[in-house]
Every structure is written in C-alpha cells, then in structure tokens.
Write a protein that binds this ligand. Sequence first.
Ligand code: PEP
Ligand code: MG
Length: 591
Amino acid sequence: MGYCRRMNESADKTEYRLQGIGCAPGVARGKAFVFLQKNVDLPCYKIDDVERETLRFDRAVAKTREQISTLIEEVSAQVGPANAEIFSAHLLVLDDPAVIDETKRAIQVSKLNAEHCVNSVTGRYIDFFSGMEDSYLKERVADIRDVAQRVLKNLLGEAQENSPERLRNRIVVAEELTPSETIAFDRSHVLAILTDTGNHTSHAAIIARSLGIPAIVGLRNATLRIAQDDEILVDGDKGLVYVNPSKKTLDVYEQISLRRSRLEALIAEESVKPDTTADGHFFRIEANVSGKENLETMRKMHIYDIGLFRSEGIFLRSDRFPSEEAQYEEYRQVVDALPKNSNIIIRTLDIGGDKHVSSALMPAEENPFMGFRAIRFCLEFRDIFKEQLRAILRTSTRGNVRILFPMISSLSELINAKEVLEEAKGELRRAGIPFDEDIPVGTMIEVPAAVAIAEDLASEADFFSIGTNDLTQYMLAVDRGNEKISHLYDSYHPAVIRAIAKTILAAHRAKIPCGICGEIAGDPAFAPLLIGLGADSLSMTANSAPRIRYILRHCALSDMQKLARQSVFDPNPRNIQERMTHFINAVLPTE
Ligand code: PEP
Ligand code: MG
C-alpha cells in the first residue's frame, strides 16, 4: 500500500538481475508498480488544510464503522453471533473518544497527514497495552491493530487505490498476493506479476497462470530492490527479472520472443487435431477453472470439459459467503456456456490454507494448511455446505455435473459429506426442485492418508481426482507456498510418483476413473508419465493445453507406459526428472 521505495540500486540505471521461481510463462516489459501490504510504508507529509484532513479522517472512520457493522451482520447470520463478538470489540475501539480525539488533535497540532497521525496515536496505545500484565488488556492490542489497519487502508485507498487504472500496463511488484487479489487482475491491464513470497503451486501463482500473465514468485526482496516506475523485463519461463535492462538484454529477448512465437504457432497449428496418442489411444484433456471468466480461454484452446471448477473463486471474490441463489447463478452460467455433452466437475468449497476468505468468516490460524480447511470447514458449517450443494444440484439437470469433495483424509469424512449431500437432495425433493438423482460424487486424493486408504475411498466414490499440489506438500511436509523451501517441494520425489501410481491402481481395481488436476497435469515433463501410469484425464490451466496435446499426440502410449514402469521404482528423483525431460525433448519441436 505504500509507495516510497529505495532508489539506490536503480538510480544509476545500470542493469541488475533478480532470480525467482518462474510460475507463469512469457516475457513482459514495462514499468514497475510496487505495492506493499505487510509492512505498510506510510506516507508522511505536511498538510495545508487541517479541516480538510480532519474530514478525510472522519470519512475513513465512518467507512470503517460501516464495514465492521456489515461484517458483524454477515458473520452472525452465517456462523452465529458468538463468532461476531470479536468485531463488536473492534467497533468499541472506533467509538473510543480517546483514540479518535487524540488523532484529530495530532492532525491539528502537528499539521501532518492523517495516516501518519493514526499510526502514531494507535502505535502509542499498542505499546501501552502490550506492556500490561493483564491478558484481557493485552488482547486489546490485536483489536487496535486490526482497526488501525482498516482505517489506514481506507485512508490510503482513498488516495492511492490499486485501481485497474493505476495498474494498467504495469508490472505489479508485491510482497505477496492473495488469490483474491490475483483474481482481480486481468490480462488486459497487468503486464506481469512479481512477488517476494510464494512457490510454483501457491494459489496466486495458479491464478496468474490461468490468466496467462507472466509471473515470478519467491523473489524474496523484489519489493526492496525494485523502485516505483523502474523499467523491468520479466522472463516468466526462467524466473528472471531484469531491472533497467540494457540494450543488449533487450535485443536478446527480442530474439527469444520471436523464436517463442514461432514455436507457439507451430504448436497451435495442431491444436484441433484429435486427442489421440501416436499409437491411436484417446487421451482426455480438461480445464481447471475458477469461474466463468476462464471459459473464453478454454474455448480458444478447444477444451470442452471442466475437470476442476474451483468453486472457492466465487467465495474469494467477495467479503461474504454468496447465497445459494448467487452460487446457482454462477454455476448455471458456466454449465450453460459449455458445449452439449460436456462434463463439469464442481469441487465444493476449498477455503483455508492460503485461500483466505474474510478473516471474519474464517479466523486466521497458526498453521492454516494443516488447519480448518476445505471439507473440515464444510462439515462443521453444514448449512453453508448444504447451500452450496443445493446450488450445484440444481444445475445438474442442465448438463453432466459431478461433485468433488476436497481434502478428504478419512472414509468417515467422505461418508459424512455424502450424508449432507443426501440431506440437500431431500430438501430439493420436498421443494419439488428437479436434480440429477445419480449425480456422480468424487473425492480429491491430496492427503497421504487418502492414498493409504484409496481402496476404501474407492468403494464410496464414483471417481478420483488427484490433487498433486497438495499431495506433494503433505507427502513431503513442505509448505507449497513457502519460497524458502521451494527446492524441497519436488513432485519428482519417488514418494509422490508412487502415491499417484497406487491411487490410480486402486481406482481402476474398483472400476472408477482417476484423473489428475494438480499443476503437474499441465507440466510437459509430467504429462507422458501420468498417462503412462494410467491417468484417465489431465485437467489443467487451459493455456497449458496446446503444449501438452502436442506432446501426447507425438508419443506412443506404449512408450509412456515404459517411461512409467522405469520411473515408478526409481529411488532417485533427479534420475526420474532427467528421464522425463529427455523423453519430451525428443518430441518437442525445435522450431
Ligand atoms: C491440488 O491440490 O492439487 C489441487 C488441484 O487443489 P488446489 O490447488 O486448489 O489446492
Ligand atoms: Mg488442493
């Protein structure tokens, strides 16, 4: 949110490079737009008009009060009034004349801007309460901090909104981006995304990929080393950022871009050929989407089925849980927009982890990826879950809709989720609303426990979908969003490969299909292995499809099966990686 950055490195305009983790391909060139969220760099400046500044402060306080009151109403309605108490405490801070009057006095006396005064007054209160013995008073620190952040956000928002206009044709540089912030970007106004934190499969990275915006995460200190308006060149394939690129670098990249376009054109030429391997076996390519905004790309890429509809996209876009009606409308529009006979798998709510909804609806946790996420949340708040299930069921008369439960780690969770589904069906039946009585129900396999009991889960599920993003993180105990340990986040690890093989085998023994919907499904190196292991479908960001299709069409199934046999018992991840890379290099066009 603050915009004052260090100018030392860029002042002399010599080129320097930053290395991160390339997570969405492509080359982009433009000016940096740096914004910081965690450590708000507050502007501090003299003001001429005390009255106007006080009014600006009053407006920010009123807006904050309004936001908190709405939050209280929503939280009370959705998860009960007890959960809203914390926000009532926030309102008390706003109503405290000491804090408010003192801030106004500070504006008057110091003749400094409201942001600075809010920060210094609330800072004093925070220091004071932090030093208290009394735990109740100590807890007030969090309330004051939270309210102060909201007021500051409203003050800064007024002056420096990260509006589409400000971001137009800019390269966004941020400490971190939440999925909801990333969703708000669109290809037409953001040239590229760079973040200090994150990893290849963090959700913001996945969204950037689906938007087709070049992105690099895990740059560690890009927000400190890049200044506002710096000239930047981004290489999303290599994870490289050039600040103040030299003429030589620009020339090199012009050649790279040319070669890249020629290669893409070559691959695109084949995009309408049938999805069959070189030896004539059908393979199924599906799309991962988060809402109707992804359908256009899907159409362009000639993909007809949705293998993973991340329904939380709808929830992340707003500060509240959408009503059954609002959800139905979203799902209906997507189902209706698909060609006839298309399949769509709608995954039920998977919030938690790095997918934060408003902190009101889901309080922050110490260890969110291991915490109150996905099906765990839904089975606790059954009414919210049932609303979603009813909305999905109502669309099931309009197309081939399937339901997928995320983060299942025990048989009882799957059985309980199906019970809630039966309740939802009963309610619709009683209301005379039609739905598909035999709607297929699947389970994500993304937790090691689910792999271990895959045979049991297969007896209760109509299909499996392997979520390798989470499976890799939980299998290897490596946080998928943590750039410090990104070298340990390794889907080539034999444990991951064998878990996939075991899951597919269990599904096929139970005669149910098993697809892959994690990011590796759209990774050229992995796709042949996954098909060789027997995956029934690969669901991916639509933008990845042309390359994957090109590879699979030029490989024989028998060779992919051989690759799988060689890899599944190989104890060395680097051997596995090398073999897989070698395999695709033999089929990728060299231009
Ligand atoms: C996965 O974990 O692989 C997956 C597809 O789900 P998400 O990335 O939404 O957690
Ligand atoms: Mg997952």
